[in-house]
Design a protein around this ligand. Structure first.
Ligand SMILES: Cc1ncc(COP(=O)(O)O)c(C=O)c1O
Ligand SMILES: N[C@@H](CCSC[C@H](N)C(=O)O)C(=O)O
Length: 444
């Protein structure tokens, strides 16, 4: 991994024949091949691949060193060494990117400063006049960026019900440049049929890119590139890092031209992930499997607990989810985010504020359990009128389940439900009051 200042004649010759250049004609930083190339070796189970890495560190460091350096000295006045400047490339970031490419089943992965930074890089592939088709239940920040592009960059954005593949195909045209999907959607936990939409999109317009935000599931539970997506991205702030101690975003694809274009934007705008955060993300990824397994198991117990006490719960691990079969036809697990309604905004506020173990916080994917009201918090950037048009229940409570003891989480939630007056207590236990019959039910 580390290199001496003076390169051997063979390495110098290799640098001279470096043929890959960026859009400006500059030599590209190190190849995007996975850190543990699969060619010639058995592919292990994902839990193993997450921790297994190979590097050529000169001291055999088992954890990737943090190359906390903005610049890299060159061996000749022509430059041309593997790295010159951390905005363009850094060994710690490259190591992470190669590892991510491997676990995301991609030939190229790129790491940037946040999930929104990742979407910014992807949407810079668009030109004025291009059309984007996306969902009507989306993370608030995604909605905000798309609205900015619509209002300022001449990009036409269609928000349709992506849970119905026909709604997407109805608006596809030769101007469609991108179809942007989230599944399960945040926060209504609706499921989107990626293979059907990808197939229909590519059939109707072979140039249109299908982009999937995989933040909710992570590569542990879904590989969108394997089921028709052209680009996958996720917020590394969530499950990939797992501890809410960094902001990060990752992008992956299997088309080298697309990868080079997005790398160009990262180098040109300077949004690549810092060496220190690359190190932390790499460390986080190694425990993704055990964290996700525990978080998911806890989420399942909590979803069943709430449903059995009369709450309307949105979670794809529950058979009552209207798109249960569709979800399981694509994914390897249900994830650890669920939402439920109470029928009353003030009641939801009291529940959220009565919890102790559950942190009142935006975000998800952390080892700690979090509780929030999306319409007030994570999705507040979607204006109230639009939220109403999209039938986002203002009383919705989102639970992002961590790795604590499930019994403690359920006890804390039970106490909060009773204290907030959300349930009728009887000698046999307790049961939710009737949720307003008019409020929206989870629907396909
Ligand atoms: C589904 C989804 N995508 C993208 C993002 C953006 O990620 P970040 O906060 O890392 O910018 C978030 C949350 O912030 C999210 O929930
Ligand atoms: N104030 C932030 C809110 C971030 S929400 C983070 C996460 N995606 C979630 O769904 O909780 C903003 O305006 O972006």
């Amino acid at each position: 991994m580390a290199t001496s200042n003076r390169l051997s004649p063979a390495s110098q010759a290799a640098n001279k024949v470096f043929t890959r250049v960026d859009l400006d004609g500059h030599a590209l930083p190190p190849s995007p091949a996975p850190s543990s190339p699969l060619s010639g070796r058995k592919r292990y189970a994902l839990a193993t691949e997450l921790v297994y890495t190979e590097s050529k560190d000169q001291y055999g460091a088992s954890s990737i060193p943090i190359y906390q350096s903005a610049t890299f000295k060159q061996t000749s006045s022509n430059g041309g060494n593997e790295y010159d400047y951390t905005r363009s490339g850094n060994p710690t970031r490259t190591h992470l990117e190669r590892h991510l490419a491997k676990i995301m089943n991609a030939t190229r992965a790129l790491a940037v400063g946040s999930g929104m930074g990742a979407l910014d890089v992807i949407t810079r592939l668009l030109k004025p006049g291009d059309e984007v088709i996306t969902g009507d239940d989306l993370y608030g920040g995604t909605h905000r960026l798309l609205t900015y592009l619509k209002n300022n960059q001449g990009v036409v954005v269609h928000h349709v019900d992506t849970t119905n593949a026909d709604s997407v195909t109805e608006v596809i045209s030769d101007k469609t440049a991108m179809v942007l999907l989230e599944t399960p959607t945040n926060p209504l936990i609706k499921i989107v049929d990626i293979p059907s939409i990808a197939r229909a999109t590519h059939e109707a317009n072979s140039k249109a890119l299908v982009v999937v935000d995989n933040t909710m599931l992570s590569p542990m539970l879904l590989n969108p590139l394997d089921i028709g997506a052209d680009i996958v991205y996720e917020s590394g702030t969530k499950y990939l890092s797992g501890h809410h101690d960094i902001m990060a975003g990752v992008i992956a694809c299997n088309d080298s031209e697309l990868g080079d274009k997005m790398y160009f934007t990262i180098n040109a705008t300077g949004c690549g992930l810092s060496p220190n955060d690359s190190f932390l993300l790499m460390r986080g990824v190694k425990t993704l499997a055990i964290r996700m397994e525990k978080q998911q198991a806890n989420a399942h117990q909590i979803a069943e607990f709430l449903e059995s006490h009369g709450f309307r719960v949105r979670y794809p691990g529950l058979k009552s989810h209207p798109q249960y079969d569709l979800h399981w036809s694509m994914a390897r697990g249900a994830g650890a985010v669920l939402s439920f309604e109470t029928g009353d905004v003030a009641l939801s506020e009291r529940i959220v504020e009565a919890t102790r173990l559950w942190g009142i916080s935006v975000s998800f994917g952390c080892v700690n359990s979090l509780i929030s009201m999306p319409c007030r918090m994570s999705h507040a950037s979607i204006d109230a009128k639009t939220r109403q048009e999209r039938q986002m229940p203002e009383d919705l409570i989102r639970l992002c389940v961590g790795i604590e003891d499930a019994g403690d989480l359920i006890d804390d939630l039970s106490r909060a439900l009773v204290q907030a007056g959300a349930v009728t207590v009887t000698l046999d236990g307790f049961h939710a009051h009737d949720v307003d019959a008019d409020s929206e039910t989870p629907s396909a």
